[in-house]
Design a binder for this molecule. Structure first.
Ligand code: ADP
Ligand code: ASP
Ligand code: MG
Length: 589
């Protein structure tokens, strides 16, 4: 019998009427001949209210007790949902995370799922019950209640869909699908019919709050098709699957994150081990680092910038000032008034001029870019917070995201099956463990750096305009805020076009009154790709440690949800790859 997992978010179960409406959807699915598991979130803003209540008691409530408190929200809604289904004449049973058998680690308030036992669920389903599962919660080895992090019910739903080999996981929410950007921010946003796991993973991790990013990691790992749709209507929503509606489109969506803060370490000695010294200190305080941007410096010193959630700035500064003192850095600066705007698209991996288009549009809108970081499928820029929305609107328009794509390709064949159920469950041990799918070495590129770029709108646009006109494909781009209103901009190009690129860059640097141009005709790019790269903050650190221990200096860094890239000296590439192979041997997928 087909099996469906349906998840209802907070707004979708905010009152008794809505709970009854959701119950009817579950019953319809059951009557259509499916086994049905329903995952529910806490009603309305219940979780926020519980957090506020805890804060009234204590500024630093123990994390274990927070989980005890927060898990009650979902316990209320599952019971009410089961009652609603009974009242409509069908059979249902509600279960907490512990009763379902969702085992997690003990990281309270952001626990990761280790395993799910399916026996009790299966038994209830086979008896014809609709199973109502509490989202967002589990238990650890000692039977303490844990929660999975805000928005975590999506992850419960997709994880259950994975273990039960569901035919589809339906996410019912207050919006009728995935849009090109948050429709609350830009009314002109367009609903997409299909989006790929990779794109959704990047969008979610870059701020698209519609899905919990870890749920997409599960979906990708276990090939779970997701249908995001409205709780309040029956219109078809958006599918999250392996292949998007228009794979050749350079950009499929854009995001804005308003609560970022930037930290820069100025004049860090440019030698092996510095990134490790900084980021291991931050990770020790469990602070998640977002954009990391390191630029080769001039005169043997580099500037390293990164962003964190604004609330975590004070702790971050404490960690960083220790590292800065030990490393003999020239100073630390920070800015709390910043926002991050990103564009994501599979097509940009193979097309030239995507960055130029974004930077040109921002320059024309008079938006100054403070920091840039790119990966194969995303470009993020940091801008001042008061220009965040303008920047989002500008890039959304620049890539015509409000318009339907010119060619929508037919839906692809269904994803390969997961294999037999036992094999899937066997793989589930450590469901959310890090899985590294690829370690790669690219020795085909050269690096160019312009130092002392005036920190005003339009410079990046000019640079990449010129480079694109010379027909040069730019791969990694990294721009950081430097000192005294000057920025550094590094990028990599194919070695074959290095001479032309260098000439164009020197000409530009002179024209724009920048500082020196430095370059390296042969660099090596080392990449670690996989699933769980950002949520497992230790990936970058493991990488930095392995390279530092081998005495290899990191010249450029950029990170994304699915990959960490570093650029090192061209002669150190092979050795770098070897040490990374060793460092990640235990987590190769
Ligand atoms: P739920 O409570 O159902 O989990 P959420 O509030 O977590 O709902 O997610 C739905 C919200 O996500 C929408 O109301 C919308 O404002 C926001 N959102 C952000 N980015 C997007 C996007 N790209 N597409 C659709 N909705 C988005
Ligand atoms: N109730 C939890 C939250 O508000 C989990 C969820 O809704 O996904 O974050
Ligand atoms: Mg949500």
């Amino acid at each position: 019998m087909p099996l469906i997992v349906q998840k209802f978010g907070g707004t979708s179960v905010a009152d008794s009427g809505k709970i009854l409406a959701a119950a009817r959807k579950a019953i319809l699915a059951r009557q259509a001949g499916n086994q049905v598991v329903v995952v529910v979130s806490a009603m309305g803003h219940q979780t926020d209210e519980l957090i506020a209540l805890a804060r009234q008691i204590s500024d630093h409530p123990p994390a274990r007790e927070m989980d005890m408190l927060l898990s009650t929200g979902e316990q209320v809604s599952v019971a009410l949902m089961a009652m609603a289904i009974h009242s409509l004449g069908c059979q249902a049973v509600s279960m907490t995370g512990a009763q379902i058998g969702i085992r997690t680690d003990s990281t309270h308030t952001k626990a990761r799922i280790h395993s799910i036992s399916t026996e009790r669920l299966r038994k209830a389903l086979e008896e014809g019950q609709i199973v109502i599962a509490a989202g967002f919660q589990g238990i650890d080895e000692q039977a303490n209640i844990t929660t999975l992090g805000r928005g975590g019910s999506d992850t419960t739903a997709v994880a259950l869909a994975a273990v039960l080999k569901a035919d589809i996981c339906e996410i019912f929410t207050d919006v009728d699908g995935i849009y090109t950007t948050d429709p609350r921010l830009l009314p002109e946003a367009r609903k997409v019919s299909r989006i790929s796991y990779d794109e959704m993973l990047e969008l979610a991790s870059l701020g698209a709050g519609v899905m919990h990013s870890r749920s997409i990691e599960f979906a990708k790992k276990f090939h779970v098709p997701i249908h995001v749709r409205s709780s309040f209507s029956d219109v078809p929503g958006s599918l999250i699957v392996a292949v998007p509606e228009a794979p050749s489109l350079p950009v499929c969506g854009a995001t804005l994150v308003k609560n970022e803060a930037r930290v820069t370490l100025l004049g860090v000695p440019d030698r092996p081990g510095t990134s490790l010294a900084i980021f291991s200190r931050i990770a020790a305080r469990h602070i998640a680092v977002d954009m990391i941007v390191q630029n080769v410096g001039s005169d043997g010193r580099a500037d390293i910038s990164f962003t964190v959630v604004r609330d975590e700035l004070p702790y971050t500064l404490q960690a960083v000032s220790q590292a800065a003192a030990e490393l003999g850095a020239e100073g630390v600066t920070h800015d709390e008034e910043v926002a991050k705007v990103s564009v994501v698209g599979l097509g940009m991996a193979t097309q030239t001029g995507v960055a130029r288009r974004m930077f040109r549009a921002l320059a024309d809108a008079n938006v100054n870019i403070q920091m840039i970081t790119t990966s194969e499928i995303k470009i993020s820029v940091l801008v001042s917070r008061d220009q965040g929305l303008t920047a989002l609107r500008t890039v959304h328009r620049a890539f015509a995201l409000h318009e339907p794509p010119p060619v929508v390709e037919a839906a692809a064949a269904p994803a390969p099956s997961n294999g037999d159920a036992r094999a899937v469950v066997a793989r589930l041990h450590g469901m959310e463990d890090l899985a590294i799918s690829e370690l790669a070495l690219d020795e085909s590129q050269a690096r160019l750096t312009i130092n002392g770029i005036p920190d005003v709108p339009g410079v990046a646009a000019r640079v990449f305009q010129e480079i694109a006109e010379a027909g040069i494909f730019v791969d990694m781009i990294v721009q950081s805020t430097g000192r005294a209103g000057k920025a550094n901009l590094s990028f990599t190009v194919p070695q074959a076009v290095f001479p032309q690129a260098l000439e164009a860059t020197r000409r530009l640097a002179e024209m724009l009154s920048c500082g020196s141009v430095t370059s390296s005709p042969r660099v090596a790019k080392l990449s670690v790709s996989g699933i769980g790269m950002r949520s497992h903050t230790d990936v970058a650190i493991r990488m930095f440690r392995a390279l530092a221990e081998a005495g290899i200096n990191v010249e450029m860094i950029n990170t994304s949800e699915v990959r960490v890239n570093v650029v090192v000296d061209g002669a150190a590439g092979q050795q770098g790859l070897c040490v990374l192979e060793q460092a990640f041997a235990d987590v190769r997928a």
